[in-house]
Design a protein around this ligand. Structure first.
Ligand SMILES: C[S@@+](CC[C@H](N)C(=O)[O-])C[C@H]1O[C@@H](n2cnc3c(N)ncnc32)[C@H](O)[C@@H]1O
Length: 451
């Protein structure tokens, strides 16, 4: 429920509790009516409320918003800030470390492990392991068999078990916490150095909080995130981040139901036999989806070189005549003349200057009538006539927006800015259609080349 329904003067612990009870009842009924299995606190709980219904999603967000209000009101304003400041970073650091060293696999899913066994598995001192795991248990991540006792062993909990089961969730943590956490905490330094006294962020991707942290030598010499994904690691380990990133992108498709979005982004059947280039297509998860559903499409996936082995491993042999991989830097002139160029979740990682360069790099291969399709995140439109989304839903979007500020000097563009990008790149791009879904935070924009 949106903030508008919360009357500050009349909201008390008891009115909130009543509202929460009502919302919990409505949600439980909706889940039952739609046969959605309920999550519980056991290790074998469903990992998610597997419901595609936007209504149930919004009911859950409304309940979460009330619960957050309940926490704030119970703490009072001072304590709500103090407790957050006290715990936010240790909590994030703890989960990040557990994930980076893969504590999840150190404990059997339906058994227990001693601190010493976990320490051997993750190659860290047992004292460090004990302190980290004990903090994690306060977040319902792992459980102690005898809390606080030296004889205690560790078992999975309902929040840690999904991490043992899902490579995708682990890859998500690696990107959202491990790669972004440092830059987000260094964002104030970057703003001070590059933006203070100016009226905008730097327009390029090399003067970011990311580069401040990762290009100076101590933590690497990577100019930007993509270079880190490609270059981090020695020998066989090189490319490990890119390999994890392909798993993350595939997982995002799963959790946001983007498979349907890709299939419905365009009337793929209407183009008959057509060549599609999926620019920055990762290890081909979207290309494979499209090729399976539309047998007339021939798809070239372009991405950075370290993606090649993952693509080769992923590609079903029956699609090898129609789906191929090309290592290609998307800022170099496009070598493939295609009917459709697909850019999914690409340009939100690049500030305008670079996004424009990228679109211009397509021009040498564009034939009249060629399509460019963006499937992209959208940010909130200022002064929109629409009713505001619930605070908690807006927060998901604005968190992504701050992440792309720290990593890329970019912003989550509203729909209007997505259209402008085409015009700024070249007047011969004509934006034909824009479909957007505010709750799911994405838009599909189609432009035609009028060259
Ligand atoms: C956010 S991911 C999107 C992946 C995929 N399109 C999807 O929606 O799942 C961005 C992709 O762009 C690729 N990329 C980054 N810089 C690139 C460059 N200069 N040339 C080609 N690909 C690049 C990354 O390797 C990554 O796979």
């Amino acid at each position: 429920m949106a903030d508008a329904t919360l009357n500050p003067e009349q909201t008390t612990l008891l009115t909130l509790a009543a509202k929460i009870s009502e919302q919990a009842e409505t949600l439980t009924k909706s889940l039952k009516d739609n046969n959605v299995p309920m999550c519980d606190f056991t290790v074998d709980s469903p990992a998610t409320y597997a419901s595609p219904s936007p209504e149930i999603y919004m009911q859950r967000q409304g309940l979460i918003e009330s619960l957050m209000d309940m926490i704030y009101l119970t703490q009072g304003p001072n304590e709500s800030i103090f407790n957050y400041a006290h715990s936010a970073m240790p909590d994030a650091a703890c989960i990040n470390i557990l994930n980076y060293f893969n504590f999840w696999d150190a404990v059997p899913l339906h058994g227990t492990a001693t601190f010493q066994e976990i320490a051997s598995h993750v190659s860290l001192p047992v004292d460090v392991v004990k302190r980290l795991v004990r903090h994690a248990t306060t977040l319902r991540i792992f459980e102690e068999t005898a809390p606080g006792k030296s004889t205690s062993e560790i078992r999975h909990s309902f929040r840690s078990a999904p991490l043992a089961r899902s490579k995708g969730l682990r890859a998500l943590l690696l990107t959202t916490l491990e790669m972004s956490g440092g830059p987000l905490m260094a964002l104030h330094f970057a703003l001070e150095r590059y933006s203070k006294g100016k009226d905008h962020l730097p327009k390029n991707i090399d003067e970011t909080a990311f580069s401040l942290l990762y290009s100076g030598g101590k933590f690497g010499t990577f100019k930007n995130t993509w270079e880190m994904l490609e270059e981090d690691g020695e020998g066989e380990r090189k490319g490990w981040r890119q390999r994890e990133f392909t798993v993350f992108m595939d997982y995002l498709k799963e959790i946001f139901g983007l498979e349907g979005v890709v299939k419905n982004a365009y009337d793929w059947e209407s183009v008959g036999k057509a060549k599609v280039v999926d620019i920055g297509g990762s290890a081909g998860h979207d290309a494979i989806t499209l090729a399976k559903s539309f047998p007339d499409l021939e798809i070239v996936v372009q991405d950075l070189p370290q993606v090649t082995p993952v693509f080769n491993a992923n590609l079903p042999s029956e699609l090898s005549s129609r789906v191929s991989f090309m290592a290609h830097n998307m800022f170099d002139p496009q070598p493939v003349a295609a009917d459709i160029y697909l850019l999914k979740l690409i340009l939100h990682d690049w500030p305008d200057e670079e996004a424009i360069k990228l679109l211009r790099a397509l021009i040498p291969s564009l034939k009249p009538g060629a399509r460019v399709i963006f499937i992209e995140y959208v940010g909130a439109e200022e002064d929109s006539e629409d009713a505001p989304l619930p605070r908690i839903v807006r927060g998901m979007g604005s968190a992504t927006d701050l992440r792309v500020m720290a990593l890329f000097n970019n912003r989550e563009r509203p729909v209007s800015a997505w259209k402008e990008i085409f015009t700024m790149a070249d007047e011969r791009f004509e934006v034909r259609s824009v479909k957007s879904d505010k709750v799911a935070f994405y838009a599909v924009v189609e432009a035609v080349w009028r060259g």
